[in-house]
Design a protein around this ligand. Structure first.
Ligand SMILES: Nc1ncnc2c1ncn2[C@@H]1O[C@H](COP(=O)(O)OP(=O)(O)OP(=O)(O)O)[C@@H](O)[C@H]1O
Ligand SMILES: [Mg+2]
Length: 145
């Protein structure tokens, strides 16, 4: 990738939501910024100030009402593998155990999970202290887990 292309760029982005009664909510307006390689950016603000909305725009989960979001100079039009998002609330599938939740993206995308994917999933679970919980049901975990 060319070093001078911003990793993330918002160009005059506006996000309008619609209230139940049809009234527009101008959630984000005139958002214009770029984030370059090796920058580490935190978004801080009070509850409801649209932080998650911003992340959903970056990850392609929603699309701006106006303006453009770019990743490495390419307009974000769909979900892409290069972007991971940790959702605010757990988004686990209750009919899978812990291990199968971790490997779900592989199963979803490629239709199968290789042995090395499972090994890596076990490593990652161990890394966050859940090594002994791989076979547990989701409802056997605590909120923090
Ligand atoms: N799909 C939607 N339809 C209508 N309004 C929405 C929608 N998504 C977000 N909003 C509006 O944006 C506001 C919150 O945005 P967002 O979830 O981005 O806030 P936040 O900064 O992440 O808040 P918190 O710190 O509580 O997580 C909501 O209160 C709502 O008014
Ligand atoms: Mg949020």
């Amino acid at each position: 990738m060319a070093a001078n292309i911003p990793v993330i760029r918002f160009r005059d982005v506006e996000q309008i939501f619609t209230e139940n009664d049809g009234r527009p909510i101008h959630a984000l307006t005139e958002l214009d910024f770029e984030i370059t390689r090796h920058e580490f950016v935190s978004v801080l603000g009070p509850s409801g100030c649209r932080k998650s909305t911003l992340l959903r725009l970056v990850s392609g989960l929603i699309h701006p009402s106006e303006g453009v979001v770019e990743i490495y100079g390419m307009k974000v039009t769909e979900l892409c593998d290069e972007i991971g998002i940790v959702f605010q609330k757990p988004t686990l599938l209750p009919w899978f155990n812990v291990l199968n939740n971790v490997t779900f993206p592989m199963r979803h995308k490629y239709g199968r999970v290789h042995r090395e994917d499972e090994d890596r999933a076990h490593e990652l679970l161990a890394l966050v202290g859940l090594g002994d919980f791989a076979q547990k049901r989701i409802d056997e975990l605590s909120g923090g887990m």
